[in-house]
Design a protein around this ligand. Structure first.
Ligand code: PLP
Ligand code: CA
Length: 304
C-alpha cells in the first residue's frame, strides 16, 4: 500500500506489515490505554510483538509523569515487560534536548507539572526554584532570576497569570530559548470532559512574547532522533501507531516511518479521509498509510 493511502487492514495484511518491520512505536493514550484503562488485548499485543523479536517503544506527548512513574502505570495496567528505557515522553525528551542539544548554560524557567520538573532534575538541568509568591505579589515586584536562559512550557494545572507574566519577561531577551513540551490542544477525560493541553498554554506565551516555541514532542522530529540515537533505529524498518492525525501520524511522516491510525482515540476515519483531499501539505502528511479499529486487531496476526 502506498504512502498516506489510509487503507483499513486486518489479519493477514497486518501480519504482512508487521513482518516487514523491526520496530513498533506506540503512542500511549488512545492507543494502548484510555486514561486508567488498558485497551482490550493491548498488553498481550505488546508481549507477543516482543516475543516475536520486535523492538517496541512508547512515544507519548503526556509530560505529567517522569519515566519511573510510567513503568508503574504500565505494570498496573497489565503490561508486564515494559522497561523505563523503552518509554519516551515529551518531558523526558525536553530534558534530553536541554542537556544534550541546547546545552543551556544557566537556569530554565519551567511552566509544567511534576513530570517535567522531575525529568529536568534527573537530567541535571538547573531550574528556577519553584517560587512561593504569596497572593499579594504583583507583576511589578515578582522576582526575576537573571540566570534564566530558557523557558520551557508544558501541561500545568497550576498555570496562572504570574507565571505567564514572568515567562513573558524572560522571553523579551531574544537569547532566551523558548521550548514547548508538546503542541496538544486538549485531551479527552472521563465522562465526556476535556482538559486543555500544553499547546493551549504555549499559545498564551506565544501571543504575549510574539515568538514561536520550538516544539519537542510529536509531531516534531526530536523524539524519534532521541530513540534512534539510543537504539539505532532505521525509519524504514519502523511503524508508528497513533490515534491523533496531527501529532502521531504527522510525526511518523516527518520522520520517514510507516504510519497507522487506530480508532480507539481522538481522530476518526472520516477526518483522515477528509485530510486526503485537502490542499494543505500538513494535512496531507497527517493521512495514515494504514487504519485499524483497535490494536486488538494485531492479535489475529500475531497468534499462530
Ligand atoms: N498530555 C496530557 C496532559 C494528557 O493528559 C494526555 C493524554 O491523556 C496527553 C498529553 C497525550 O498523550 P499521548 O501522546 O500518549 O496520547
Ligand atoms: Ca494519543
Amino acid at each position: 500500500a502506498g504512502r498516506g493511502g489510509c487503507h483499513t487492514i486486518r489479519g493477514a495484511q497486518i501480519k504482512e506489515l508487521l513482518q516487514s518491520k523491526r520496530n513498533v512505536l506506540f503512542d500511549c493514550d488512545g492507543v494502548i490505554w484510555n486514561g486508567e484503562t488498558a485497551v482490550t488485548g493491548a498488553p498481550e499485543v505488546v508481549r507477543l510483538l516482543k516475543q516475536q523479536g520486535k523492538r517496541v517503544f512508547f512515544v507519548t506527548n503526556n509530560c505529567t509523569r517522569p519515566r519511573e512513574n510510567y513503568v508503574q502505570k504500565f505494570s498496573r495496567l497489565g503490561f508486564t515487560d515494559v522497561a523505563e528505557e523503552d518509554i519516551f515522553s515529551s518531558a523526558y525528551c525536553s530534558a534530553a534536548y536541554l542537556r544534550d542539544v541546547a546545552r543551556v548554560q544557566g537556569k530554565v524557567f519551567v511552566i509544567g507539572c511534576y513530570g517535567v520538573q522531575k525529568e529536568l532534575l534527573n537530567a541535571g538541568v538547573t531550574m528556577v526554584e519553584e517560587d512561593n509568591d504569596g497572593p499579594d505579589v504583583s507583576i511589578y515586584d515578582c522576582p526575576l532570576d537573571p540566570d534564566v536562559k530558557a523557558v520551557l512550557v508544558g501541561y500545568d494545572e497550576k498555570f496562572n497569570f504570574l507565571k505567564l507574566a514572568k515567562a513573558c519577561c524572560y522571553l523579551r531577551n531574544s537569547e532566551c530559548l523558548f521550548l514547548a513540551t508538546d503542541p496538544d490542544p486538549w485531551h479527552p477525560l472521563r465522562g465526556g470532559r476535556v482538559t486543555p493541553g500544553s499547546g493551549s498554554l504555549t499559545a498564551a506565551l506565544e501571543t504575549a512574547s510574539n515568538r514561536k516555541a520550538t516544539v519537542i514532542g510529536k509531531p516534531g522530529r526530536f523524539m524519534f532522533e532521541c530513540i534512534a540515537g539510543q537504539f539505532d533505529l532505521d525509519p524504514e524498518q519502523s511503524l508508528m501507531v497513533g490515534d491523533r492525525l496531527e501529532t502521531d501520524v504527522l510525526f511518523g511522516t516527518n520522520c520517514g516511518l510507516s504510519t497507522m491510525l487506530t480508532l480507539t482515540g481522538v481522530s476518526t476515519l472520516k477526518e483522515a479521509e477528509e485530510y486526503k483531499g485537502s490542499d494543505s501539505p500538513e494535512k496531507k502528511d497527517s493521512v495514515p498509510d494504514y487504519v485499524v479499529e483497535s490494536i486488538t486487531d494485531f492479535l489475529e496476526a500475531l497468534e499462530e
